[in-house]
Design a binder for this molecule. Structure first.
Ligand code: PMP
Length: 358
């Protein structure tokens, strides 16, 4: 049998591991921070009709500029964001990949603040961009002074600021983002995949876009919007950043069916986001009840909770899996991460965990 090592793979990819969140058929999947509520039936019907309509012209390539979709995304974002500032791809992972293809690459450096979203370093690696890291403050926070010191010391071409941060749930203040933009000579990517779960009225980095042409805010329909399977991520930035991405995107990368489905879903934005309050409530409940069970949960602004005080993460993960519950071992010693599910899913997770012999 041929193994990967027998192939003439790029030297810098030898020995690397792919993104590996386990996909297992369990009853309660709380492992990849999806919205565990299905989308409303009225949206299913509208998306179905929109996709059916798009199928009538599927013999033709789709709109390469996905103009209608960008219009709807800009309207959804508000904050004065215009269509020309919006770009989209198959998940925000692809958006980030295109950003690193355009602004990273061999001889360039990208800075991240671990523990953070694992795909940031994997995409750095696949685009031949050097991944450099710096420490956070206590409780995974990132102060302006700490972030600025790292940027000044490491002089990166790209900086990742993930807020709320995956896997810790920690938000980053706008003061830190502003301070990083002021000193960074490169692109600053603010990954706001979980922004909708922040407290109501909490400002987004979108408000910092005017006058900052190297700031990019990436978002996704995979989390609060409950549209992970459709694969639609997007960003807002200066129109010149969008021009850069046109140089690296593959032509027609967003299928006509994806565009139609996403536009139809965005027309129901308030309805699609109706579960956000309920998810926030389960997240806050997880923090309280995990502490009551003797664990050390971290404050979270997202739809998941990272908790410490786990003596044997692998054994706890396995015990839950035997009870048909899948959570995430993100490789942080003494920690596990759990997504806030429906009230019933959360209850079952907490009850099963509470029954475990520790
Ligand atoms: N950014 C962060 C911080 C994430 O946690 C995720 C998904 N886990 C993504 C981006 C990518 O999501 P998608 O490609 O589905 O938009």
């Amino acid at each position: 049998m041929t193994s990967l090592d027998d192939l003439p793979i790029r030297d810098d990819l030898r020995g690397q591991s792919p993104y590996g969140a386990p996909q297992k058929p369990v009853r309660i999947a709380l492992n990849v921070n999806e919205n565990t509520h299905p989308i409303p039936e009225v949206v299913v019907a509208h998306v179905t009709a929109a996709v059916e309509h798009a199928l009538r012209t599927v013999n033709r390539y789709p709109d390469r500029e996905f103009t209608t979709l960008r219009e709807h995304l800009a309207t959804y974002l508000g904050e004065g964001v215009e269509r020309e500032q919006v770009w989209a791809a198959n998940g925000s992972n692809e958006v980030i990949q295109q950003l690193l293809q355009a602004f990273g690459g061999p001889g360039r450096r990208v800075l991240g603040f671990p523990p953070t979203y694992s795909m940031h370093s994997i995409i750095a690696s696949s685009t031949g961009t050097e991944w450099v890291t710096a420490e956070r403050d206590d409780e995974f926070r990132l102060s302006p002074a700490t972030a600025v010191a790292a940027v000044e010391r490491l002089d990166p071409d790209i900086v990742f600021l993930c807020t709320p941060n995956n896997p810790t749930g920690t938000p980053i203040g706008l003061d830190t983002i502003e301070a990083v933009c002021a000193v960074a000579r490169g692109i600053v990517i603010v990954d706001e995949a979980y922004a909708e779960f922040l407290p109501e009225g909490e400002p987004s980095a979108l408000s910092l876009l005017p006058g900052r042409p190297r700031l990019v805010v990436s978002r996704t329909m995979s989390k609060a919007f409950a549209f992970a399977g459709a694969r639609l991520g997007y960003l807002a930035a200066d129109p010149a950043v969008v021009d850069a991405l046109r140089l690296v995107r593959l032509p027609y990368h967003l299928s006509a069916l994806t565009q139609a489905a996403a536009v139809a879903a965005l027309q129901h934005a308030p309805l699609m986001l109706e579960t956000v309050d309920a998810i926030r409530a389960q997240r806050d409940r997880l923090v309280v009840e995990l502490a009551a069970l003797g664990y050390a949960p971290h404050a979270s602004g997202a739809n998941f909770v990272l908790f410490g005080g786990v003596d044997d993460p692998q054994a706890t993960f396995q015990y839950l899996l035997e009870h048909d519950i899948l959570i995430r071992d993100i490789g942080l010693p003494g920690h596990l991460r759990v997504t806030a599910g429906t009230p019933e899913e959360t209850t079952e997770f907490l009850e099963v965990l509470g029954r475990m012999n520790r």
